[in-house]
Write a protein that binds this ligand. Structure first.
Ligand code: G1P
Length: 271
């Protein structure tokens, strides 16, 4: 059973400056809820109860958000506004939160490695909160993936088809379909140019990783952009046939870009 979910949350969010000068990008709200809370709720919907958040300097608002705010809660107690906090209180009652810091920006693979001492020797999930997902049939993307994990017991990445010209924004996979929506991965490349991409199947920010990934990450050399890439570490597992890529059911918004952020805002507002 997977119990822990790691959230890399140390990045600067430069695409949202000046909004992210003093506010972590993970705390930017879609309507009234910060992006990271959507991610934590998704993890909880997949029965994960231990959230491991890899933060960085200037990110203390994240810890305060998943805590009690005595003064505020005392003020609104018994008022018509109290219900605004019901959901997050319930969620906090079900989950525990651990924090660690990534002190140097050395890439997503490095951020995940920073969580090793909390995750330990067990399979775990990773959610990139700026990929906001919504399910259409009541089962979140991560819940779909944990169900698959029970059957296959190996690393799994979520994928979707993207226009060929966008492959340079994603990790891209190739492999053989073993079910309608499931690929046994035999190649993966971080942000390939469109002409070099092995397919147009892009990894989105949902992963299930087996704990041997940590040892592989320790030996992974800096790749694209001089950063330690999780895609490169996963390729080592894929060479042993131990990575699946899953075409998930649902919608995904790239809230790391202003366009995707606006699209998500409109979508959730209309919903
Ligand atoms: C990261 C990963 C990339 C993946 C993407 C999904 O890139 O490195 O493989 O496709 O997340 O959002 P980033 O968007 O952090 O540059």
């Amino acid at each position: 059973m997977i119990k822990k979910c790691l959230f890399p949350a140390a990045g600067y969010g430069t695409r949202f400056l000046p909004a992210t000068k003093a506010i972590p990008k993970e705390m930017l709200p879609i309507l009234t809820k910060p992006l990271l809370q959507y991610g934590v709720e998704e993890a909880e919907s997949a029965s994960l109860e231990h959230m491991v958040i890899v933060t960085g300097r200037g990110k203390r608002a994240i810890e305060d958000h998943f805590d009690i705010s005595y003064e505020l809660e005392h003020q609104i107690k018994g008022s018509s506004k109290e219900h605004y906090l019901t959901d997050i209180r319930e969620m906090m009652g079900k989950c525990t939160f651990s924090y660690t810091r990534q002190t140097q920006m050395k890439g997503l693979g490095h951020a995940i490695l920073c969580g090793e001492h909390i995750v330990g020797d067990e399979p775990f999930a990773v959610i990139l909160a700026d990929d906001l997902c919504d399910n259409e049939d009541g089962k979140s993307v991560l819940a779909q993936m944990t169900t698959l994990y029970e059957k296959y017991q190996c690393s799994i990445v979520a994928i979707e088809e993207v226009p060929q010209e966008d492959t340079n924004k994603y990790g891209v996979i190739a492999g053989e379909f073993i079910e309608d929506n499931l690929v046994r991965v035999n190649n993966m490349v971080e942000k390939p140019a469109p002409q070099d991409a092995p397919s147009n199947l892009a990894i989105i920010g949902r992963y299930i990783l087996t704990p041997d990934i940590f040892e592989i990450l320790k030996d992974t050399k800096p790749g694209k952009g001089g950063e330690i890439q999780i895609t490169d570490a996963l390729l080592e597992q894929a060479k042993q046939g131990k990575v699946l890529a899953y075409k998930f059911r649902g919608k995904r918004f790239d809230c790391g870009s202003v366009d995707g952020f606006v699209e998500a805002t409109n979508y959730f507002y209309n919903k």
